[in-house]
Structure formats: C-alpha cells, structure tokens
Design a binder for this molecule. Structure first.
Ligand SMILES: NC(=O)c1ccc[n+]([C@@H]2O[C@H](COP(=O)([O-])OP(=O)(O)OC[C@H]3O[C@@H](n4cnc5c(N)ncnc54)[C@H](OP(=O)(O)O)[C@@H]3O)[C@@H](O)[C@H]2O)c1
Length: 335
C-alpha cells in the first residue's frame, strides 16, 4: 500500500491529497509533500512544475482519463478521507465504490452479502491502492445504523463522505398484509438513511467538511398508482436531503438527493420488475456509471437535488401531470 497508509496526513483545511505522478502514486498532506520534496525528486517536480488540480473541479470523464493514463500525468488530487457506501455489494453502490476509489478515496463498504464486497474490495485495492473496510449489516434492522456507526468508531474510521444507497423495491402497502414486511422496508428505505445522517453529519460539521449523497429516485417526484411504498419513501429522502442541505451547507457539508431514472443494475431481478424491464423501451435505461458520475459531480457542486439523465430532466415536468398517472402505472416498481 506504500505511502498511502503510512502517511495519512491532513491538509490545511483537513484534507489529505493524492498525487499520481509518472506512474507513482503518493498520498498525504500537501505541506508534507513540499517539505519532503528535496528528498523525493518526483515530488519536487510535481510541486515546482505542475498545476495542482483538485479532482472536484475536473469533469468526471477528464479526471478518470487522467487517472487511467498514469504514465504522463502529474496531478494532485484531494482525497479528503474516507467514504462509507451502503448497498455496496451490487449495482449503483459498487459503481460509487469504483469511482470514489479511482479518485483516491478510502472506503467502507456496507451491505448484507460479504462475498461480492470482498471481491470488489480486492479489485479496487489492486487497481487504486486505497484502503477498504467491509462491514456487513442488514439496514432493515432498526438497530443496524447505530451498530454500524459504533463499528466505524471502534475501527478508528473517519467518515467524511456518506453514500446512503442501499435499497430494494417495496411490498404492496395494501396487499401484503404482514406489517413487519412493510416496517422492514420503511426501515431500510427511510429510517436507516436518516439515522446514518444523524450519526455521521455532526462530525462532518465539526471538521468543516462533509459530503452526503442520498440515493432517491425519479419515483419520489411523481405519483404512480400502485406505488404506495417505494415512491413515497423516496419522496421523504428528497425532502430530508433538501432540509439537511439548507441546514448544514454553511458548515461545509453538502447533502444531495440523487434521483436516478431506470438504471441497469440488479434491482430489476424480481419477476414483476424483469417483466417491466422487458416491456419498457431501451432509451429509458441508463448505465450505472453515468448515473454515479453525474451524482458525484452534483454533490461536489452543492446541489440539494439532482435528477440524473437528460431525458428524465426533460420528462419530469410532464411526468408530474395527473393525466400521466395511468401511463406511469406500467412502470410501477412494486414487487
Ligand atoms: N436501478 C434503478 O433503476 C434505480 C432507479 C432509481 C433509484 N434506485 C435506487 O438506487 C439504490 C441502489 O439500487 P440498485 O439499483 O443499485 O439495486 P441493486 O443492484 O439491487 O443493489 C441494491 C443494494 O442494496 C443492498 N441492500 C438491499 N437490502 C439491504 C438491506 N436490508 N441491508 C443492507 N443492504 C441492503 C444490496 O446488498 P445486499 O443484498 O448484499 O444486502 C445491494 O448492494 C436503491 O436505493 C434504489 O432504490 C435504483
């Protein structure tokens, strides 16, 4: 893991930095890099001759290209600590892990299944030399967020980026008669999101820096007959993110509700949803990497809500019209 784990220095505003330099990967506090540059010729070159570009001001594609093509690249990127990603064993969560690791972030991956997270962690550690911790948790359990927070404290992990992403399609509120099934879903989709904000944001405020991305959905912006659980839970996340954003932005903490439309992930594996996927036109579907790249860029900009995909941004004002509800029923995500 080289310099990365041996020198976890903080920068002047609490940031750490990562340098990818003629194939060398260096991380630490930029002041330390300058002080040590006499003994470290590649670092001296970086400090003397290269513009220091924070990754947050680079368009995602450019940053990714620069990171990929390490050989002729001298670039210093802010890392700013560690991201915790829920629902990291599949879909959007694993894509968040990939893109954040490519930017030099250390990670905590959270989901119920350990095996896919272990595979992903090994892949990302080899590719980007980032430190990755795995915590298994069932976020439908009301005790899970507290236990997850306690575990990060016990392991000494400082979280400055929270990606609240775990989720699944909901049971029909009226037809599924077991209330525990409904309550589990609400715990996963709303309570766990609010609880993790409750546990992690105060430390971000105290440090004067933090990023929180709550994965909502375009389903939270519209009314669809038959969807009385999933869509409304996403509406709550949008409202929560707006209120949090307005409350903590001045403390250096950005909070975003990301609203993806239909996205290729494992989400649509149930019988009902795979049938819906089969009958919907291909142009409605986005790839996870596009959704995640847009989301991270919007988070960095300080937006409170972002609908991903140009198509959905154009369509949303129409989709909100009451006369659209019958058409939208075909895309309902109940199980
Ligand atoms: N795909 C879409 O079209 C779409 C559109 C809009 C919004 N979204 C939202 O995007 C988020 C991610 O979904 P996805 O599309 O990436 O679906 P996915 O591929 O099915 O991934 C869902 C993730 O959530 C985790 N998860 C589910 N239940 C959990 C629980 N009880 N405790 C902990 N983790 C749990 C799963 O891991 P384990 O099974 O290992 O626990 C998995 O890692 C969700 O919030 C979803 O509502 C998706």
């Amino acid at each position: 893991m080289g310099l990365a784990t041996r020198h976890p220095f903080r920068g002047p505003r609490g940031q750490a930095y990562s340098a990818v330099l003629f194939g060398w990967r260096l991380r630490g506090d930029i002041r330390q890099l300058r002080a040590r540059s006499f003994h470290h010729p590649p670092v001296a070159l970086a400090c003397a001759g290269c513009v220091l570009v924070p990754i947050s001001v680079l368009p995602g594609k450019l940053a990714a290209r620069r990171l990929k093509n390490k050989r002729n690249c001298a670039i210093v990127l802010p890392i700013m600590g560690r991201a915790l990603i829920t629902g990291a064993s599949a879909g959007l969560g694993s894509e968040f892990a990939r893109q954040l690791a490519a930017g030099g972030k250390d990670l905590v991956l959270v989901a119920r299944r350990a095996e896919p997270m272990e595979k992903l962690a090994a892949e990302l550690h080899d590719a980007f030399e980032v430190d990755i911790e795995i915590i298994t948790a069932n976020l439908a359990d009301p005790e899970a967020p507290q236990a997850l927070y306690d575990e990060t404290v016990a392991r000494g992990l400082e979280i400055d980026t929270l990606i609240n992403n775990a989720g699944s399609a909901g049971p029909d509120l009226l037809k599924v008669r077991d209330w525990q099934v409904q309550a589990d879903h609400f715990n996963l989709m709303m309570t766990s999101y609010a609880a993790l904000c409750h546990f992690f944001i105060p430390a971000m405020q105290a440090r004067g820096y933090g990023r929180v991305l709550n994965v909502a959905s375009v389903a939270g912006q519209i009314t669809v007959p038959g969807d009385m659980n999933y869509g409304p839970s996403k509406t709550y996340l949008i409202a929560l993110s707006k209120a949090l954003s307005a409350s903590v932005k001045d403390d250096g903490v950005h909070v975003l509700a990301l609203c993806p439309g239909l996205t290729h992930t494992d989400f649509h594996q149930s019988k009902h949803l795979s049938a819906m996927k089969a009958r919907s036109p291909g142009f409605l579907w986005y790839d996870a990497d596009v959704v995640v790249r847009e989301g991270l860029a919007a988070l960095e900009k300080g937006k409170a809500v972002h609908t991903s995909g140009r198509l959905y941004r154009l369509a949303m004002p129409i989709a909100r019209q009451p006369w659209m509800r019958g058409i939208l029923k075909a895309f309902s995500v109940r199980t």
